[in-house]
Design a protein around this ligand. Structure first.
Ligand code: GLV
Length: 321
């Protein structure tokens, strides 16, 4: 009999599947994360955890929960988990790749389109009663059609994003740790240096995970290199961006706008300067948030847990590098 902790409310059908493997304790809240102390306490006797990005899986947790076999993370990213510590204790870590790539690319595309046509400004303009007449350059934006789009991070999400650009006749540049020949052949994406991508692109779209290499990558010097009419979109991780530098670049007109689904500290503070800028759009980390995809992510967690319970390797095991 397993002892399973689920740190957020999940649909009954998935809970029932977990119950076939043992006793399930679920933090029955949709939006409120488990307080850290309650999480540490609940994990003590558990063999399995199904967690979200809100839970910090560090040495303290792993030390305190010596019976763990698997931690299934309901996300493709795993920067909330200390993989080395987990591996030393033979705790399997799994994530949810593939099922969310198209959905996340779609949100990225929605953000790029919203920023390019200044949609949030336009909606506010109407709602604030400012719409008095038509103006030749009223809320004039920037075309994606025939533009140059630079994708930073050409993994599955980057490729799904690039595929959507085909209908826009855009030139696709990309920069990645390694070349992605599939993206080059299928989509005509050009591999460039990071500097060329940043200097030349109309739209710079970050889909990269948080790693030692990517943290703070978009900083003052990088924003300075961008075109003044560039739009920066981030659907990767917040800590890839130095937010003070981004705010400065937006305020000084060094770049034209940004649209971010992720920020450094989530949820964003209500007094964060990004929320005062008309040319910044911030959404609450909803890249993979469609009902179907969220179902598939939970299902992926359950499948990985079943693998381990049946003595098999978890199909989406993540290893420390
Ligand atoms: C979301 O950001 C994820 O990593 O799945």
């Amino acid at each position: 009999m397993e002892k399973i902790l689920v740190t957020r409310r999940i649909p009954e059908k998935f809970k029932q599947r977990l119950e076939l493997m043992g006793e399930v304790e679920m933090w029955d809240h949709h939006l409120t994360p488990m307080p850290r102390e309650a999480f540490l306490e609940a994990a003590v006797d558990k063999t399995i955890l199904l967690v979200t990005l809100s839970e910090n899986i560090d040495r303290t947790l792993l030390e305190q929960a010596p019976h763990l076999k698997i931690i299934a993370n309901m996300a493709v990213g795993y920067d909330n988990i200390d993989l080395v510590e987990a591996e030393q204790r033979n705790v399997v870590i799994s994530n949810t790749p593939h099922v969310l790539s198209e959905t996340t690319a779609e949100l990225g595309f929605a953000l790029m389109m919203a920023a390019s046509r200044r949609l949030s400004e336009a909606i506010d303009y109407v709602q604030d009663g400012k719409w008095e007449s038509w103006g030749p350059y009223l809320l004039a934006g920037k075309d994606i059609y025939r533009s140059k789009v630079g994708i930073y991070g050409m993994g599955e999400i980057g490729r799904a994003f690039a595929r959507r650009l085909k209908g826009f006749n855009a030139d696709i540049l990309y920069h990645n740790r390694s070349r992605n020949t599939k993206a080059e052949h299928e989509l005509g994406a050009f591999y460039t240096s990071f500097e060329t991508l940043v200097r030349e692109s109309d739209f710079i779209v970050c889909t990269a995970p948080s790693t030692q290499e990517t943290r703070n990558k978009f900083n003052k010097d990088v924003f300075k290199m961008m075109r003044n009419d560039a739009i920066f979109v981030n659907i990767g991780r917040g800590d890839i961006v130095v937010e003070e530098d981004l705010v400065e670049a937006l305020q000084s007109g060094e770049i034209a706008g940004c649209a971010l689904d992720v920020v450094r500290d989530e949820p964003i503070r209500m007094d964060h300067p990004l929320l005062t800028l008309p040319n910044a759009i911030v959404t609450p980390h909803i890249g993979s948030a469609t009902v179907l995809t969220r179902d598939q992510m939970i299902q992926t967690c359950v499948l990985n847990i079943e693998d381990v319970v049946q003595g098999k390797p978890a199909r989406n095991q993540v290893l420390a590098k």
